[in-house]
Design a protein around this ligand. Structure first.
Ligand SMILES: C[S@@+](CC[C@H](N)C(=O)[O-])C[C@H]1O[C@@H](n2cnc3c(N)ncnc32)[C@H](O)[C@@H]1O
Length: 253
C-alpha cells in the first residue's frame, strides 16, 4: 500500500473532511488543525532543534521506549513525525509502519526511509487500519493533541494483536525541587529559544510548557491508568520523569 502519493496530495493543500461540533472549549475542527499547523513548518529543522532543546533527553527517551517492546514483529509507530522512533525500531530489527497527522512531517520521514517504512497520513483518533493488525505499537506525544485521550488510547489498542504491547512516551512534570527548574526551563528558556530560532519554533516555545502542565492538571496519573485498563491493556508500567514511558499489553494473549 503506497502512501507517498497521499502525502504529496496533502502537501498540495487537500484537507480531510472537517468535523462539525464543539469539544470542550474549542471547536473540533480547530483542535485537529492546531497540531497540523504547529508541526507544518518544523520538519526540516525538527531533528536537530528537538535534540538540542531537549538537552539530549529526547534520543534517550526514544531508545528507552523501543527497549520496552519484545523483540521482533510489525510495529505501528503513531505520531511518527520525521521518523526518529521509527528509525530506532528499524535499527532494532522491527518491521515498521509510521502514521502521522502532518503531511509535512511525513515528507521528511519519507526522505529518510524511502520504501523501507510504509507511511500513513491519518489521525490517531481514527486509524484507517484493521483491528489486531500489528504486533506492537509505539506512540509519542500525541494524547495532548486529541479531544478525548482515553478514546484515542482505546483506538490505538484496537489495532494491536492480543498479547502485543502498546508503548507510549509523553512529557511529564517532575516533582519536588526539580519542578522549579522545569518551570523555569519551559516558561522562560523555551519561549526565548523559540524567538531566536524562528521557523515555527516560536509557537512551540510559547505553547509547550502550558500544554504539558494543563494535560497533567486535567488528567492525573490515576485517570490515565483508568484509560489503559478501559482500553483492554494490562500489566501497565509507568516510568516517571520529564520523559514518561508507559507500557501495557493487549488482553487475551
Ligand atoms: C513531538 S512530535 C513526535 C515525533 C516523533 N515521534 C519523535 O519522537 O520525535 C509529535 C507528532 O505528533 C503528530 N500528531 C499530533 N496530533 C496527531 C494526531 N491526532 N494523530 C497523529 N499524529 C498526530 C504531529 O504531527 C507530530 O509529528
Amino acid at each position: 500500500m503506497a502512501r507517498s502519493s497521499q502525502i504529496a496530495r496533502l502537501l498540495a493543500g487537500r484537507r480531510p473532511d472537517d468535523r462539525e461540533g464543539v469539544i470542550g472549549r474549542m471547536p473540533a475542527r480547530r483542535l485537529e488543525e492546531h497540531p497540523r499547523e504547529l508541526f507544518a513548518p518544523l520538519g526540516p529543522t525538527y531533528d536537530r532543534v528537538g535534540a538540542a532543546l531537549s538537552l539530549g533527553q529526547d534520543p534517550l527517551g526514544r531508545r528507552f521506549l523501543v527497549s520496552r517492546l519484545p523483540r521482533g514483529g510489525h510495529v505501528l509507530d503513531v505520531a511518527t513525525g520525521t521518523g526518529l522512533v521509527a528509525a530506532e525500531l528499524l535499527r532494532q530489527g522491527f518491521e515498521v509502519t509510521g502514521l502521522d497527522l502532518s503531511p509535512e512531517m511525513l515528507a521528511v520521514a519519507h526522505r529518510r526511509f524511502g520504501d523501507r517504512v510504509e507511511l500513513i497520513n491519518a489521525s490517531a483518533e481514527a486509524l484507517p487500519l484493521d483491528s489486531e493488525s500489528f504486533d506492537h505499537l509505539t506512540v509519542t506525544h500525541v494524547l495532548r493533541y486529541v479531544a478525548d485521550p482515553g478514546a484515542t488510547l482505546a483506538e490505538l489498542a484496537r489495532v494491536v494483536r492480543p498479547g502485543g504491547v502498546v508503548a507510549l512516551l509523553e512529557f511529564g512534570v517532575p516533582r519536588g525541587p526539580a519542578r522549579l527548574l522545569w518551570g523555569l526551563y519551559v516558561h522562560t528558556v523555551l519561549p526565548l529559544a523559540g524567538r531566536l530560532l524562528r521557523n515555527g519554533w516560536q509557537e512551540v516555545g510559547d505553547f509547550l510548557g502550558g500544554s504539558i502542565r494543563d494535560f497533567w492538571e486535567r488528567h492525573p496519573l490515576q485517570r490515565q491508568l483508568e484509560w489503559w485498563h478501559a482500553a483492554g491493556l494490562h500489566g501497565v508500567e509507568v516510568s516517571g520523569g520529564t520523559r514518561q514511558a508507559s507500557t501495557g499489553s493487549r488482553c487475551g494473549g
